[in-house]
Write a protein that binds this ligand. Structure first.
Ligand code: ADP
Length: 178
């Protein structure tokens, strides 16, 4: 599904965040130490190669809601933006911290003149955030920050399975009244 608002495409697709050939910056659902880990971080670090962890080392640890940018090494992108999502029920207030991830990632992208960004569904795997709530927060945050974005042309959400895609499509429609 795709909507266009003020010249910016917001798209939801089913796929692998580590295989987004046409995207300038992919977002990592990172851990605080910016190490390889599982889920999204595992997929991105495996595809990027050990150079990514090496570049990350001096930038760690990061705090929930924070985002940092690195090169993409062997990934088919130019940059990786690493976000640490809140652990559901532990890092509070979790709604604000999750919104901070999306806001900070998009501000970094704006500052780096990045035109296309792909997000996974941050915090909804190992960190246990209910997906519908997380998706609503993600899209609402993007809606709020859109007027600040001059460089973005495409914001893509890459969901791992059909159910996650469906949840995101529903929330996208709801938040943007599409
Ligand atoms: P977190 O620790 O922030 O919860 P995870 O990486 O465990 O991050 O999971 C975040 C979401 O990304 C989950 O919904 C998970 O199903 C999904 N996911 C896992 N691997 C991939 C991948 N390769 N591409 C896209 N999404 C993925």
């Amino acid at each position: 599904m795709k909507i266009v608002l003020s010249g910016i495409e917001i798209e939801t697709i089913k796929g692998d965040i580590a295989a987004q050939q046409d995207i300038a910056a992919v977002v990592n659902a990172a851990n605080a130490q910016l190490r390889i880990g599982g889920g999204v971080a595992g997929a991105l670090h495996r595809a990027a190669g050990p150079g990514l962890e090496e570049e990350c080392r001096p930038l760690a640890p990061i705090k929930p809601g924070q985002a940092v940018i690195t090169g993409a090494h062997n990934l088919p992108n130019k940059y990786v933006i690493h976000c640490l999502g809140p652990v559901f029920g532990v890092d509070k207030p979790e709604e604000k911290l999750l919104a901070d991830c999306y806001r900070n990632a998009l501000r970094i992208a704006e500052d780096s003149k990045i035109d296309s960004v792909a997000f996974p569904s941050i915090s909804t795997g190992a960190f246990g955030y209910p997906m519908e709530d997380a998706a609503r927060i993600a899209f609402q945050t993007i809606k709020d920050i859109l007027p600040e974005l001059n460089n973005a042309r495409l914001i893509r959400f890459v969901l791992f399975d059909s159910e996650s895609l469906e949840v995101h499509e529903q929330c996208l429609k709801e938040v943007f009244d599409a």
